[in-house]
Design a protein around this ligand. Structure first.
Ligand SMILES: *[C@@H]1O[C@H](CO)[C@@H](O)[C@H](O)[C@H]1NC(C)=O
Ligand SMILES: *[C@@H]1O[C@H](CO)[C@@H](O)[C@H](O)[C@H]1NC(C)=O
Ligand SMILES: *[C@@H]1O[C@H](CO)[C@@H](O)[C@H](O)[C@H]1NC(C)=O
Length: 195
């Protein structure tokens, strides 16, 4: 099948594809690559940003089917989709708790403010995904930072009154982390500025 007498650049490429690329496309190797890429990306992000929690990053990105993670681009999308799901769940969680238990007026006002912040964040994350897929990475990063500021504002609201137990600390932390991870991955994808 191989005519080495006709060896050319073209056949060299074919050979390269058969020997090097195709073996790496096999299922088992995709799984191994995915674990590696998640592990390495989380490590890099935790090293670069002291606010990224390596274990959180690892455990949240590992829930997705490994076959879906093939590169950094896919990983960034997944992080943003996790953030979107998170924010959407929190919006319904806040609505439910506003409906049920009685809150003191201060906590009620805080929760309503958080509801507004989270509803805005859902739209902002959607915008961020849109910016990312159209390769407007800088804009995507700005939107993600906006969401991180929003959850910080939500958390700080409750701190204004002594003794108030902030009810959304875990939700705020989770969304902050997911956006932070997405931000870091997009940052890794951003080509450096020309000198
Ligand atoms: C991630 O990589 C580190 C260092 O290479 C290794 O010790 C660790 O077992 C890996 N963890 C997973 C979940 O693959
Ligand atoms: C948010 O994401 C984290 C990590 O993926 C998860 O543990 C948590 O349950 C999610 N929270 C909501 C409200 O969806
Ligand atoms: C709020 O309570 C009302 C009546 O108990 C119910 O019909 C409604 O579905 C609830 N809304 C949410 C968001 O849980």
């Amino acid at each position: 099948m191989w005519h080495f007498s006709h060896f050319s650049f073209f056949s060299f490429c074919c050979l390269y594809i058969f020997l090097v690329i195709i073996p790496h496309q096999k299922g088992s190797n995709i799984a191994a690559t995915s674990v590696d890429i998640i592990n390495q990306t989380c490590k890099t992000c935790a090293d670069e940003s002291y606010t990224v929690d390596y274990i959180f990053c690892l455990t949240s990105l590992q829930v997705i089917p490994v076959s879906h993670v093939t590169n950094l681009h896919g990983l960034a999308l997944i992080a943003m989709e996790l953030a979107l799901r998170n924010a959407t769940n929190t919006v319904s969680g806040i609505k439910k708790s506003l409906n049920g238990t009685a809150f003191d007026p201060f906590a009620l006002a805080c929760l309503e403010n958080c509801l507004e912040l989270y509803s805005g964040s859902v739209r902002t994350i959607v915008d961020s995904i849109g910016a990312f897929v159209s390769e407007h990475y800088v804009i995507a990063k700005v939107w993600l930072s906006t969401v991180m500021e929003a959850v910080a504002t939500c958390e700080e609201g409750f701190a204004e009154k002594k003794g108030e137990v902030p009810p959304l600390t875990k939700e705020n932390y989770d969304l902050f982390q997911l956006c932070n991870i997405a931000l870091c991955i997009i940052h890794l994808l951003t080509p450096p500025l020309p000198p």
